[in-house]
Design a protein around this ligand. Structure first.
Ligand code: GLU
Length: 285
């Protein structure tokens, strides 16, 4: 039920990210956050509990450093850890070099977290997501794409992930397993989002990422690989709908869309809240 937006391009990422979050606002969420990176590798990040308006108010309070040609943003629907600023995404590693946003659930996060804490990693949130940043930190040897492909098979659960590393300032990655991600290709900019409605005002050229695929976007363009490091040739779809139609996902009316979306909506709302092994239902957040 939550949303992701990522941007790499020649323009300032911030307006695209904030506009994307607003367009995803119709989905359920409890907090939001944003991180921008400048060419000099400084990161500017803001998080807020509640509506996107609260995030925008915070952004308005702090007008310095709000430029960056790369950025990620997230609206969270908490599964692990309360809706607080500390638990809002983006999450980072111990040295604030890896920045990531995640939709979904990492089912084996407890064992991964204990292992990482035992080897000295300090966690700043109660989320399942944060283990991904520390796992990457643990394995990183100078190439984020290689590291991501190496650690993804360790994760059990679902993810739509968008991330970057401050040591590779012209690169943004996306990976998908069970949570939707689309990539919008425009001249001089690439936008990644969990829903096409956050992209369509910028471009109509879309690639739908499939499960088990990793997208690497850098100054030279886009490359999609699978978890065996094989490059995949993806079809570029042309979206003919306007924004309102996009939000209706091809249905003639919102009511029909919502009726047909009920199975997915219920699945999404309950994702991570039914703990089968313990026979429990957890309705926090
Ligand atoms: N499981 C993650 C969390 O609780 C992501 C939730 C989401 O998909 O928004 O922070």
């Amino acid at each position: 039920m939550c949303g992701i937006v990522g941007y790499l391009g020649k323009n300032n990422a911030l307006p695209v990210l904030v506009d994307g979050l607003r367009r995803l606002e119709y989905r359920g969420y409890d907090s939001s956050g944003i991180a921008l990176m400048n060419g000099d590798k400084t990161v500017f990040s803001v998080k807020s509990v509640g509506r996107i308006k609260n995030l925008e108010d915070k952004l308005n309070e702090n007008r310095n450093n709000q430029t960056g040609n790369l950025g990620i943003a997230h609206t969270r629907w908490a599964t692990h850890g309360k809706p607080t600023e500390a638990n809002a995404h983006p999450h980072t590693d111990c040295h604030n070099k890896i920045w990531l946003v995640h939709n979904g659930i990492i089912e084996n996060y407890k064992e991964l977290k204990s292992r990482l804490e035992a080897s000295g990693h300090i966690f700043k949130s109660e989320t399942d997501t944060e283990v991904i940043a520390h796992l990457i930190e643990e394995e990183y040897q100078g190439n984020l794409t290689e590291t991501l492909v190496k650690i993804l098979p360790i994760l059990k659960g679902t993810y739509g992930l968008v991330l970057y590393h401050t040591d590779e300032p012209n690169k943004i990655l996306a990976a998908r397993c069970g949570s939707p991600l689309v990539i919008g290709l425009a001249e001089n900019q690439t936008i990644i989002a969990s829903d096409v409605s956050a992209i369509v005002s910028h471009t109509r050229q879309i690639i739908y990422l499939d499960d088990g695929e990793v997208a690497e976007i850098n100054g030279n363009g886009l490359k999609i690989i699978n978890l065996n490091n094989q490059e995949i040739n993806k079809k570029i779809d042309q979206i003919d709908w306007d924004i309102a139609e996009c939000e209706k996902k091809g249905y003639p009316h919102f009511m029909l869309k919502e009726i047909f979306e009920q199975p997915e909506t219920i699945k999404d709302s309950l994702r991570g809240r039914i703990i089968l092994e313990e026979g429990k239902v957890k309705l926090g957040g």
